[in-house]
Design a protein around this ligand. Structure first.
Ligand code: NAD
Ligand code: WQD
Length: 341
């Protein structure tokens, strides 16, 4: 339980992770207000969050780069803390549009930070990514692992992290929880919210869901000759509901801490592509035909977190299983074949 009810401004709350965080925040007793430009988020997701919790909350359709508009929302809502999900998230798209990624992710975050501080809000929870690490030197990856992002997306997250660390060093009233997510998957237990499918998904779990419902014929397993136990890529999958709960814990942490601190958010366990296929098949009773395809350029063999710092300092750890992730992803996918459309 949170120490007391807080006013929480959630940027990007209509997106995948943001929408799963809203019910957790409200169930912990917090008041929320969402800012989202709906460029990749969905008004229906917000409606469904209201339905899940049985409570209303405010929403402003706005771009985080619009300083005047964001300041106005902050003045009106008066947040105690901001959770900043809004941003662009595709590593491959960022290679084609590096300027756009810098503009939205870095400049957008800077404008938001300015508006927060001008409005008297000094606590921030920021969505970073394991993409800041690049190819791992050692496993599991701890927060002091060197950061060598390999895409403009990862670089944009690393740049925001640097700004937050520098600003918090200069201003001791500023507190920032920098959350580095590994591989968020799955959907809400209600089956009402989940990850909205792109045309053809690029991420593994949404792709598997599309194979399970017959929209795609088979999964391409990108490489089975890595130096991993079964040769396929190993990742740290984390249930989006566990991830959402970590934000409630991080918000509590910002109430009692100072400075900027990085936290890995993962289950701390490596799962291979073959493990995931098998677990999905057992959990859902669907067959997932696959073929082995060439390695995907830029992929690493293994990446998984040491989530010990989050457990010690945020008092949070992932609790849901890979089976829960597969079952919930399938329940959402089967019930909402067109996502929110
Ligand atoms: P998402 O695209 O589903 O959600 C992002 C939301 O931000 C969307 O609703 C979108 O409309 C909104 N948005 C984008 N640009 C905006 C702008 N300029 N102004 C206002 N709103 C804007 O993505 P997600 O998967 O929920 O990711 C949330 C955050 O977590 C992102 O910052 C992402 O980089 C980070 N992250 C995601 C993953 C992942 O695998 N999903 C992994 C690591 C980190
Ligand atoms: C997982 C594994 C693939 C698709 C990405 C971003 C990262 C972060 C999370 C934002 C790998 C294999 C995949 C397929 C496959 N996002 N795979 N066939 O690449 O670990 O991380 O999402 O911050 O920045 O890069 O996730 O789900 O794409 O891949 O075999 O059709 O599944 O090779 O081993 P990834 P993923």
């Amino acid at each position: 339980m949170s120490p007391k009810s807080q006013r929480v401004l959630v940027t990007g709350g209509a997106g995948y992770i943001g929408s799963h965080t809203l019910p957790e925040l409200m169930m912990a007793g917090h008041e929320v207000h969402v800012i989202d430009d709906l460029s990749n988020g969905h008004g229906v997701a917000l409606e469904r969050c209201r339905q899940i919790v049985g409570r209303d909350f405010g929403f402003s359709e706005a771009d985080i780069r619009d300083a005047a508009r964001v300041s106005e929302v902050i003045r009106a809502f008066g947040p105690d803390v901001v959770i900043h999900f809004a941003g662009l998230k595709s590593p491959s798209e960022s290679i084609e549009k590096p300027d756009l990624y810098r503009e939205v992710n870095v400049i957008g975050s800077l404008r938001l930070l300015d508006a927060m501080r001008a409005g008297g809000c000094q606590r921030l929870v920021f969505s970073s990514s394991a993409a800041v690490y690049g190819p791992p030197d050692f496993l599991p990856i701890s927060e002091d692992h060197p950061r060598r992002p390999t895409t403009p997306y990862g670089a944009s997250k690393a740049e925001v992290e640097d700004i937050l660390v520098q600003e918090a060093a200069k201003d001791t009233t500023l507190t920032c929880a920098i959350l580095r997510y590994f591989n968020p998957v799955g959907a809400h237990a209600s089956g009402l919210i989940g990850e909205h499918p792109q045309d053809i998904p690029t991420n593994l779990v949404p792709y598997i869901v599309d194979v399970a419902r017959g929209r795609l014929p088979r999964l391409n397993v990108f490489g089975d000759d890595y130096g991993t136990p079964d040769g396929t890529g190993v990742r740290d999958y984390i249930h989006v509901t566990d991830l959402a709960r970590a934000h409630v814990a991080a918000l509590d942490w910002t109430a009692g801490a100072t400075g900027a601190r990085e936290f890995n958010l993962g289950a701390g366990e490596g799962t291979s592509v073959r493990d995931l296929i098998r677990t999905f098949e057992t959990a859902t009773g669907r067959d997932i035909p696959f073929v082995v395809a060439p390695r995907r350029p830029g992929d690493v063999a293994s990446s998984y977190a040491d989530p010990g710092r989050a457990e010690r300092e945020l008092k949070w750890k992932a609790e849901l299983t890979l089976t829960d992730m597969c079952r919930s992803a399938w329940a959402w996918g089967a019930r909402n074949p067109e996502g929110y459309a």
